[in-house]
Design a protein around this ligand. Structure first.
Ligand code: PLP
Length: 411
């Protein structure tokens, strides 16, 4: 029990030394006694209190007051405007390259389909076995549709895809490589600039999925010379359930972006109602149909909060949170037979860690009943998603202590 009180003291010290501690109070539900630990911000971020006001104001005054006039008065520009702000504050992308639209799945399809079309007669898409299911399924579909071959890259269960493995898989036949910046299971951070560069040397392009990094791990899409990227907004960007995703297309690839889902709002003159599809200039051509305006309101509050904190400070807090979680794992979970399935080196780790134990499926169900909410991932991993601005060290400890207590009670 001495370990327990020492870790609880340590969590309290870290919270009182945390320069971003005050930000947690800006999230709705942070003081909900029924949820002593929310450790799933990497699946669905908490709402900000500011979002409640924003949604209320929008429905009352903009939708209710401006009616159809709203489209001309700003709604149509919102996907690009939020995209630019996201690019500036979070993604390291200059204006005109990011746009909010669709879901990640649909954007992955559109970007990859356009990329392989631009790849001419190159025949292969390279991807990893551990990538998120939607990424794999979409690429399998595109391979079938376009007669391409998938070349699979392996990854360690507690790590991810390394430049050497990608180098061994790419060549003159490679059209596109599709990988995640942060692995959804292990939390491993891929070396985006090194991998992007080695793929470019073979003449291929890379599509990066940033679902598990955007808003928690800094990105430098322009400086890293990334071709295409996409990510969701409901994880570390707190956009809410079903909030639309975002896409990045580097300026140099926008002219050869051949939109596979041609719709009127990706056309240059949508209200000309013309006979033929003529794509809009720039990033607008990634759009297909009417943008989901209601769904993209909330993420603006989180982007503003991240900008107030600064991405570097967000990352620093994230590293401290996962480092504390690993320390607590070593002291109370490892002795009970749990295994860390995430990198130990914080520079290789995003904002979540995964811990494996054969009993975790049942443990998770019991924890949820107590309002202690981590994430369960097959085959037997508990994922602790530590959203930097809304998660405290004390809350992290509460969750890990409850996992240990449950394992002890069951053994
Ligand atoms: C969460 C996640 C997705 C989700 O895709 P949606 O279309 O937004 O449901 C895709 N890829 C990765 C890596 C994810 O973590």
């Amino acid at each position: 029990m001495r370990t327990t009180s020492r870790l609880s003291d340590r969590a309290r010290e870290l919270d009182s030394a945390d320069p971003l501690a005050g930000m947690r109070e800006k999230f709705l539900g942070h003081d909900d006694a029924g949820v002593p630990a929310y450790l799933d911000g990497n699946s669905l971020g908490r709402p900000l209190a500011a979002t409640l006001d924003r949604l209320n104001e929008f429905v009352r005054n903009q939708w209710g007051g401006r009616l159809i006039r709203g489209w001309d008065e700003g709604w149509l520009a919102l996907p690009r405007q939020i995209g630019d702000e996201l690019g500036l504050q979070v993604l390291g992308a200059a204006p005109g390259q990011c746009i909010v639209a669709d879901s990640t799945t649909v954007l992955l399809y559109k970007l990859a389909r356009a990329a392989v079309a631009a790849g001419g007669d190159r025949t292969e898409i390279v991807l990893d076995r551990d990538n998120f299911p939607t990424d794999r399924y979409v690429m399998e579909g595109i391979a079938a549709e376009c007669g391409l071959t998938l070349r699979w890259v392996g990854a360690d269960y507690d790590g991810g895809v390394r430049p050497e493995s990608v180098a061994a898989a790419v060549g003159p036949q490679t059209s596109l490589v599709v990988l995640s910046h942060v692995a959804y299971r292990s939390g491993f951070i891929a070396d985006v600039p090194a991998i992007t560069e080695l793929v470019h040397r073979t003449g291929g392009r890379v599509l990066w999925d940033l679902c598990h990094s955007a808003g928690s791990v800094p990105a430098e899409l322009d400086a890293w010379n990334v071709d295409y990227a996409a990510g969701c907004s409901y994880k570390y960007l707190n956009g809410g359930p079903g909030a639309p995703a975002w896409a990045y297309v580097a300026a140099r690839h926008q002219n050869d972006f051949n939109q596979p889902i041609r719709g009127w709002l990706g056309a240059g003159d949508p209200f000309g109602m013309g006979r033929d599809f003529v794509p809009a200039p720039g990033i607008q051509r990634v759009v297909s149909g009417t943008p989901p305006i209601l769904g993209m309101l909330a993420m603006q509050d989180m982007i503003a909060l991240i900008s107030e904190a600064g991405m570097d400070a967000v990352r620093e807090k994230s590293v401290q949170l996962t480092s504390f979680a690993v320390q607590a794992f070593d002291e109370v979970l490892a002795p009970l037979g749990a295994v860390l399935a995430s990198p130990r080196d914080p520079s290789q780790r995003g904002s979540h860690i995964t811990v494996d134990h054969p009993a975790f499926k049942d443990v998770t169900a019991r924890l949820w009943e107590q309002g202690i909410i981590p994430d369960y991932r097959n085959p037997n991993g508990i994922r602790l998603g530590l959203s930097p601005l809304s998660t405290s060290f004390a809350e992290t400890w509460t969750g890990i202590e409850a996992m240990a207590a449950d394992l002890r009670a069951g053994s």
